[in-house]
Design a protein around this ligand. Structure first.
Ligand code: HT7
Ligand code: ZN
Length: 871
């Protein structure tokens, strides 16, 4: 496929100032008339042809300044409309196209989801609606008239504010007209038409604007929109208070649809969501679902400034809106919940998704330099590592300068399509610092490694830390990156507050050379360093430290992230040690004792944090740490053995905690962070109890599934039971399916739990479930919950040595590619770490990838991932 390169960027030869769209909705014959006010771009090439993008379009009529265009004056294909010699002055082009939204299974452009008309235009879906300059640096003011049969689509929504609506005399149709005064790129265009219920709330901005907030959902489910609606209001308020950003239209609409390629979309004034991230009730949603809804509602709302008011010049700058907006939603969630707990969650996600991506064949810079298919670059690297870069910037310059720089960025670039350079320039102007070295974080792939060694000088009472950074995967000529190391020293009895170093500013040491040292004075005894507090940089740290020192950190560190990290490191060392055949029993018992003391101390005062400490590093964390010749079965066994040993050693405490944290009978459900934390710890305790004693675990889990009053506890019980083969598990699964037969989002959980069972029969079980009446290849949530969970969250079965897991994923990818290439390509990322497997599995994965790549008629999306995975 043709490759697009950042270095080839040039401004568009034409601009489109105004777009008037008339969309007459029909299930199979929708007509779109676009009146485009076009002019030559003074920054483009004079006299250039006008080439409008299209994708699978059928042209019905074409006129220039109101006159039909002679056939010789244009060329048309489904993928482009060309005027070789357009007027060298402003002109109006009127284009009529004809679409079949019902046949649109790619879910890009205009499509129908459960009968609801909706659109998805990022990154390049608008060209499936009309011919256009479908690039993010062409900004236009849109007026949209939407027309439909009134009974079929009583609700009609567009971007901006509604200016007119009414019936069409003598017909069964009606219309509404929407005007969005804010110039925007085509990828932010949206419309919705359908039968929907809504929940609304008023909001007054800090500028005094009265805004109506509304969340639209499937009929009969309006009360399940309450949490999302409240999250919208909290997001608006937070962005005013923390970033000084106010909303800028009279309405803010959120629409939930059930067929959606990703999580949600930030269309101007009309966010469209996967209903999984809107609908919530205690009976159907877990605490994790509530937290995800809050975060994604916030994320899409925050795009109104970081993405919409200031958009991206080109798709290479995607991190400019996505990394920044992830950072903003992370900060919001941290303020709404526990900051330490949230930070640990962010880092777990980064390590689970971004670190392996950065170490594998799909690695790319946060700002990629080239792409064949942009939809494959909505990655953990662009989003999560992109957010870490913004976070490091704040750590380096301090909170006040960061806020001032953000204000400057927003005000200097408002209404434009910007680049990463514009972003950094705002902070350079504010601080007087040169950030060109820092900008290196955007340029090359790979997770930096920092090796650290500590040296205590008893006579001088000094402690020196030597740092050495390397950049695996970044290329031999890669310069060092600027790494903020937030750190402190801990003694046997607690923090060594008297120890100081002139090289530290606000507790941060800046490592900006390949090697550097930092010396503390006034250190009374050999300390334990607490490094990279709060995970101050997205790096891997190599420091030889014995378990006893790490357990000192678990006990005494003032940094919550590093207390958790200490326990994770000890657990990881015990498991990797066992994999190497080392005797780890004594170490495991010492670890259990330290965990016991920790639980006695803190479990009841901070149960959410305690639940995270009890959750051992995942199988994929361990695989990532081991890095080569991976045997997922061996990892699974080592992890299960440590869970069982800890469960046995802590048994009495775990039972006591479950009792102490039990909800009083009849207590109303609340999704708040404190209540969720109590449920998390009870369920973490259940997991360890069951690992140690499967019979008792099955009894407890079965009882919990039967008696739970909310989905968090019911699902946690079922997940524990799912690990314990036998009749009780199958009976509980059957009862669950029956109870939730009419709740698609809950059935997704049922599919996922079964797909993640780490047993030999799972491949056959998943194949059977693909034939279940509730499963549909046309629904991305169903595919992700069944096959996605299998491929991405069941390491032993996906990576089966006989290749049966790869075969299942391959067949699904190939079948799905015919209807929805974007989702098929995402599923393929499960193969991202294939080169790190042991030889037999590696060979099986490679032949699956080759089979995919050799399939005729492959989409660009899947061919790109398969090609790069093998490349
Ligand atoms: N900006 C959006 C990313 C996106 C997307 C969403 C739904 C379907 C297809 C999509 N392609 C790209 C979502 C976000 O990051 O906020
Ligand atoms: Zn986003």
């Amino acid at each position: 496929p043709p490759t697009v390169r950042l270095e080839d960027y040039r401004p568009s030869d034409h601009l489109i100032d105004r777009v008037e769209l008339d969309v007459r909705l029909d299930p199979h014959d929708t007509r779109v008339t676009a009146r485009l006010a076009i002019r030559p771009n003074p920054a483009g090439r004079a006299g250039a042809a006008l080439v409008l993008d299209g994708d699978d379009l059928r042209l019905v009529a074409l006129a220039l300044d109101g006159e039909p265009l002679a056939p010789a004056a244009f060329r048309v294909a489904p993928s482009a409309l060309t005027l070789p010699e357009p007027p060298q002055r402003p002109f109006t082009l009127t284009i009529e196209t004809r679409l079949d939204p019902t046949a649109n299974t790619k879910l890009m452009g205009l499509y129908r989801s459960n009968g609801v008309y909706c659109t998805q235009c990022e990154a390049d879906g608008f060209r499936r609606i009309t011919y256009f300059l479908d690039r993010p640096d062409v900004l236009s003011v849109y007026t949209t008239r939407i027309e439909a049969e009134a009974a079929q689509a009583p609700v009609l929504l567009g971007n901006g504010n509604i200016i007119e609506s009414g019936r069409i005399e003598g017909t069964d149709r009606h219309f509404s007209i929407w005007h969005d005064p804010h110039p925007k790129p085509a990828y932010l265009f949206a419309l919705v038409g359908g039968r929907l219920d809504r929940m609304t709330a008023p909001f007054t901005t800090m500028e005094g604007r009265a805004v109506e907030l509304a969340v639209y959902v499937e009929p009969g489910k309006a009360e399940r929109a309450a949490y999302a609606l409240d999250a919208v209001a909290r997001s608006m308020k937070w962005d005013e208070e923390v970033f000084g950003r106010a909303y800028d239209l009279d309405v803010f609409n959120v629409v939930a649809v059930s067929d959606f390629n990703m999580g949600a979309m930030e269309n101007k004034g009309l966010n469209i969501f996967n209903d999984k991230y809107v609908l919530a009730s205690p009976e159907t949603a877990t605490d994790a679902d509530y937290a995800a809804i809050e975060a994604i509602i916030a994320h899409e709302y925050f795009h109104n400034w970081s993405g919409n008011r200031i958009t991206c010049r080109d798709w290479f700058q995607l991190c400019l809106k996505e990394g920044l907006t992830v950072f903003r939603d992370q900060e919001f969630s941290s303020d709404m919940r526990s900051r330490d707990v949230h930070r640990i969650g962010e880092v777990r996600t980064l390590r689970a998704r971004q670190f392996p991506e950065d170490a594998g064949p799909l690695a790319h810079p946060v700002r990629p330099k080239l792409y064949a298919e942009i939809n494959n670059f909505y990655t953990a690297t662009v989003y999560e590592k992109g957010a870490e870069i913004v976070r490091m910037l704040r750590t380096l310059i301090g909170e006040r300068a960061f806020r001032a720089g953000m204000d400057r960025y927003f005000s200097e670039n408002d209404g434009t399509a910007a680049t990463v350079e514009h972003f950094l320039k705002a902070f350079e102007a504010e601080t007087g610092r040169d950030l060109s070295d820092f900008a290196e974080w955007y340029e090359r792939p790979g997770t930096p490694r920092v090796a650290v060694s500590g040296h205590y000088d008893e006579a001088r009472k000094t402690y020196r830390l030597d740092f050495r950074q390397t950049r695996p995967g970044a290329g031999a000529d890669a310069p060092p990156v600027v790494i903020p190391v937030r750190l402190g020293l801990i003694g046997a009895e607690g923090p060594l507050d008297g120890a100081t170093s002139p090289q530290l500013e606000d507790g941060v040491f800046v490592l900006d050379a390949p090697e550097a040292s930092l010396t503390f004075e006034n250190v009374p005894a050999a300390p334990v360093p607490s490094l990279f507090r709060g995970f101050s940089a997205p790096v891997r740290v190599d420091m030889a430290m014995d378990d006893a020192d790490r357990l000192t950190l678990l006990r005494h560190d003032t940094d919550g992230f590093n207390r958790w990290e200490a326990a994770q490191r000890v657990a990881a060392r015990l498991m990797t040690g066992a994999l190497r055949g080392e005797a780890t029993e004594a170490g495991a018992d010492a670890f259990a004792a330290a965990l016991g003391a920790f639980l006695d101390d803190r479990a009841l005062s901070d149960p959410a944090f305690a639940a995270l400490v009890l959750a051992l590093p995942s199988e994929s964390d361990l695989a990532d740490e081991i890095g080569a010749e991976i045997d997922p079965d061996a990892i699974f066994s080592a992890r299960r053995a440590l869970r069982a040993r800890l469960g046995t050693a802590l048994s009495a405490r775990l039972h006591a905690l479950r009792d102490a944290l039990a909800e009083p009978a009849g207590a109303p459900f609340s999704p708040d962070a404190a209540s969720a934390g109590r449920r998390a710890l009870r369920n973490a305790a259940l997991d360890l109890i069951a690992a140690a004693d499967p019979i008792q675990g099955a009894a407890l889990a079965g009882a919990q599934v039967a008696s739970a009053t909310n989905m968090t506890d019911r699902l946690a019980g079922l997940s524990t039971l799912a690990l314990l083969p036998g009749e009780p598990r199958e009976a509980a699964l059957a009862a669950f399916a029956e109870r939730y037969a009419h709740e698609p989002l809950v059935l997704d959980k049922w599919f996922a739990i079964q797909a993640m069972i780490p047993e030999d029969g799972t491949v056959e079980r998943v194949r059977g479930l693909q034939a279940h009446p509730a499963f549909a290849m046309t629904n991305p949530n169903r595919v992700r919950s069944l096959v996605g969970s299998f491929a991405l969250a069941n390491p032993t079965q996906f990576n089966r040595a006989d290749g049966a897991g790869f075969a299942l994923a391959t067949e699904t990818v190939l079948a799905l590619d015919r209807t929805n290439p974007q989702v098929a390509a995402r599923l393929m990322t499960a193969f991202g770490s294939w080169r790190r497997l042991e030889p037999q599995r590696r060979a099986a994965a490679e032949s699956a990838l080759r089979r995919i790549l050799a399939t005729p008629g492959l989409s660009r999306d899947v061919a790109d991932i398969a090609g790069r995975s093998l490349g």
